[in-house]
Design a binder for this molecule. Structure first.
Ligand code: NAG
Ligand code: NAG
Ligand code: NAG
Length: 464
């Protein structure tokens, strides 16, 4: 019932697009949007400029404006496959990403919309939309806080003019319902009572109120809806920051040095800047392993192929947090990068997987996992190249050992996933922290066992 209402509320987009691009799962595509937005502006600046104040949170306005538009050219442009206007689900994806960040970093709407962001989110409708999306995803606490924030803005005279689709009554209803679903019954009662004050004859509200009161008689738990809990997700910020602290402490003791890869002739002329990030398991960072120009080319090669990260066959990941592509081996830069990885690690690239390029979106994260899979020809080692800096968030964390590796453009980190006896090194479980701010690009090279017999001999020892 509620879902239907919600759908009615947000289903204001009826433009058919043939090209479905998911902008929220790739910040890079958001960047490209800026360009396309400029084209639009040039053509119809007078008409739509007031609608396009900010990029991300004004998408809905852009799409809505197209429905009102009578300009033929404008329509043609919109229906063309080349122009990638974000879809409603892109907007919802961005909103979900934001909610995921809130869970991860314990953020209230106030924390996100303050300052610069408050301008972007200033349109009250978007605030309620955040609430509805959180509500639909059963994230009732965050839904509650977004609705509460909307209600505060609602009382603000400025916002009155922009209110169309949602009434104060609707807001109170959703506040009551969110609190009820969260289990905070006294708060639910408070809001239903407010509703009843608005309209003492409303039978539906009376009934709801009766239900909540009844439930309270039988329920002892009463969680505090105003206190944000740590996310149940596996990488907790606590662990993350502890890792960072620990890591900084350790880094001081571990030295930086130049490496020639054990006398590799290619490296004697151009030694690698190698830094030991962690000793057990050994994680090494190579600085300036790839130039900005090369990064640019790898990104350019990847862009046309970026597709949603998929889990399993044919099913699209529900947590749409990144887009990725395996790059073909033919390109000269790809060959050069592969050679450099071989030189740095001393391992053979013969059986390695193609370079895997990944771009994360806002809130983009990667759940804890092992790179090694249960496989005959196992992923013996991982070479992870950072192709961008990330302003906030986006660290690669090893929760079992408390290491947090910060993305640094042009650098790469390397570790073995297997012990020398072939067993998976359980300490190498790692995860990508959510990107709070920035555009995270990485390239993975997964190196396999076969072909490494001479460079990394096997051991029968239990301890290696
Ligand atoms: C976030 O907002 C809440 C509520 O306004 C406030 O109490 C808290 O201090 C803010 N936290 C940060 C980190 O700004
Ligand atoms: C929040 O965390 C506290 C302490 O960890 C726990 O007792 C409480 O049940 C949690 N509340 C919810 C709603 O998850
Ligand atoms: C990458 O693509 C952009 C846009 O197509 C282009 O301007 C740029 O020159 C390309 N960079 C390289 C290094 O090829």
């Amino acid at each position: 019932m509620v879902i239907t209402k919600l759908l009615l509320f947000v289903a204001c987009v009826c433009i058919r697009f043939t090209a479905g691009h998911e902008f929220f799962s790739s910040t890079d595509q958001v960047m490209q949007l800026v360009e396309e937005e400029r084209t639009l502006l040039r053509l119809f600046s007078g008409y739509i400029i007031k609608l396009i104040k900010r990029l991300r949170f004004e998408w809905l306005a852009i799409v809505e404006s197209t429905q009102e538009s009578l300009y033929k050219d404008f329509q043609e442009l919109l229906y063309s496959d080349e122009l990638k206007i974000p879809l409603k689900r892109d907007l919802e994806g961005a909103a979900l990403g934001l909610i995921r960040l809130q869970e991860m970093y314990k953020l209230f709407p106030e924390n996100i919309t303050r300052g610069e962001m408050s301008k972007r989110l200033s349109v009250w409708k978007k605030l309620t939309m955040m609430g509805f999306i959180a509500y639909e995803e059963d994230k009732f606490q965050h839904a509650f806080h977004w609705f509460l924030y909307s209600l505060k803005k609602f009382n603000h005279p400025e916002s009155l003019s922009s209110i169309r689709s949602v009434t104060k009554k609707d807001l109170l209803k959703y506040l009551g319902s969110s609190a009820y679903h969260f289990g905070s019954l006294h708060v639910a009662i408070y809001f239903y009572q407010q509703l009843l004050n608005l309209d003492p004859t409303d039978e539906d509200v009376k009934y709801e109120l009766m239900l909540v009161r009844k439930r309270r008689l039988y329920t002892s738990s009463n969680p505090d809806i105003f206190t944000l809990n740590m996310t149940s997700s596996t990488v907790t910020p606590m662990r993350h920051s502890a890792g960072e602290r620990l890591n900084r402490g350790r880094q001081r003791a571990l030295s930086c040095r130049y490496s020639t890869g054990g006398g590799n002739p290619r490296l004697i002329l151009a030694p690698l800047k190698e830094e030991v990030e962690w000793d057990e398991p050994r994680i090494v960072r190579y600085h300036d392993i790839i130039s900005d120009k090369e990064i640019e080319i790898l990104k350019n090669l990847s862009r046309p192929h970026l597709s949603r990260s998929q889990i399993g066959l044919g099913t699209v990941s529900n947590i749409r947090s990144s887009q990725s592509v395996f790059l073909k081996e033919g390109n000269i830069v790809v060959v050069r990068v592969n050679q450099r990885i071989a030189d740095a690690t001393g391992l053979s690239m013969e059986t390695a997987e193609p370079l895997h390029v990944q771009n994360y979106g806002t809130g983009g994260s990667y759940e804890p996992h092992y790179d090694a899979r249960d496989d005959q020809n196992e992923r013996i080692a991982t070479f992870l190249i950072y192709m961008s800096d990330v302003e906030i968030g986006g660290a690669t964390v090893f929760p079992k050992v408390g290491v947090a590796l910060q993305p640094k453009k042009g650098s790469a980190v390397f570790w073995y996933n297997l012990h020398k006896n072939g067993d998976v090194d359980l300490r190498t479980m790692h995860a990508g922290c959510p990107v709070l701010m920035g555009n995270k690009w990485v390239a993975n090279k997964w190196i396999h066992e076969f072909g490494q017999e001479f460079t990394r001999p096997c051991s029968l020892s239990e301890l290696e």
